[in-house]
Design a protein around this ligand. Structure first.
Ligand SMILES: [Zn+2]
Length: 310
């Protein structure tokens, strides 16, 4: 979920762009000018975190327009009520859209909703958030059991969550969505690929450590973290510290970099995809993330897990 306004975000991005120019890294990492296509097919990007936009009646068309030149495949996090729209759109645009279903985990028919998403060709669930109980509550297990049977991918919100109503009571609390809850889910349901959004913000250390020991856990860096940390992106090396040690787990392509536990997610609306890509690239530069690892983070890992061949 968005944790700050579009205007704040754009203002910040202006500052970030200036910063990356001054770093001299922008020439190799900037997005291509409009109309140019310097990417080969192996540069396909998978954005794990694109929410269906209820306010945009042309959402599907706009998504295709935005993602095509960027070579982005968007995992579209779809409300149950919109399930058929995105199921059909994904069939029309298999290179652009992978359907993911949002289930309210506290709804009495959550399992049935998940089954229906599966029948429609959905590839997983997410973003699970605003839960009334911690992610590991026994009442949520039937949904995870179903996801495990289908070897699904689930995107969980982790860490601080925005407040939707400032002047009304809400039954919402970040502690129910702490990154360390994903450890139990990943271990009890080893066929689920567990993705944590926002890298546990601000508990990055827990997120990193849970990812380190669990081959089926990855995190995205969407949300405010890359903005908050823009002047100290190198600090992520302290979180993803185990490169070249024995203290890790099996990784995609046996990539030795600890950073391979990240995947790309934007979570900023269609206009936000390119700017967040730039933020990821600034982090790659600051942390000297190796080229093969960057490719896995930006797409390779999820292309393989989701079996994207279209
Ligand atoms: Zn979220």
């Amino acid at each position: 979920m968005h944790s700050f306004s579009r205007r704040e975000f754009l203002a910040t991005m202006g500052a970030a762009a200036t910063l990356s120019v001054s770093r001299g890294a922008v020439a190799t990492t900037a997005m291509p000018a409009k109309g140019s296509t310097p990417f080969s097919d192996e540069d396909r990007i998978v954005d794990m975190h694109v929410h269906f936009d209820e306010k945009n009646p042309n959402f599907v068309e706009d998504l295709v327009k935005v993602t095509e030149p960027l070579k982005v495949t968007a995992c579209v996090l779809t409300p149950y009520a919109r399930r058929t729209i995105i199921a059909e759109a994904a069939k029309r645009h298999p290179k652009r859209i992978v359907p993911f279903g949002y289930v309210d985990m506290d709804a009495p028919d959550a399992v049935r909703q998940a089954e229906e998403f599966h029948a429609l060709g959905y590839r997983g669930l997410g973003e699970l958030e605003f839960v009334k109980k911690p992610f590991t509550d026994p009442s949520y297990m039937p949904v995870y059991e179903l996801a495990n049977r289908h070897s699904w991918v689930i995107l969980f919100h982790t860490g601080i969550v925005l407040r939707q109503e400032f002047d009304q009571a809400e039954d919402v609390a970040s502690y129910r969505m702490r990154a360390f809850h994903l450890e139990e889910i990943a271990r009890r349901f080893p066929k689920i690929t567990v993705l944590g959004a926002h890298c546990g913000n601000p508990e990055y250390e827990w997120a990193g450590e849970v990812a380190r020991w669990n081959p089926n856990v990855f995190f995205d860096l969407s949300g405010s973290s890359l903005t908050k940390m823009r002047d100290r992106l190198g600090d992520f090396r302290k979180i993803f510290w185990w490169t070249g040690t024995k203290w890790g787990t099996k990784t995609p392509e046996d990539d030795p970099s600890a950073f391979v536990k990240l995947v790309f997610g934007s979570d900023e609306g269609l206009d936000g995809i390119a700017p967040v890509l730039e933020q990821y690239r600034a982090m790659f530069e600051a942390c000297d993330v190796p080229m093969p690892t960057r490719k896995l983070i930006l797409g390779g890992t999820l292309i393989k897990i989701l079996g994207l061949t279209a």
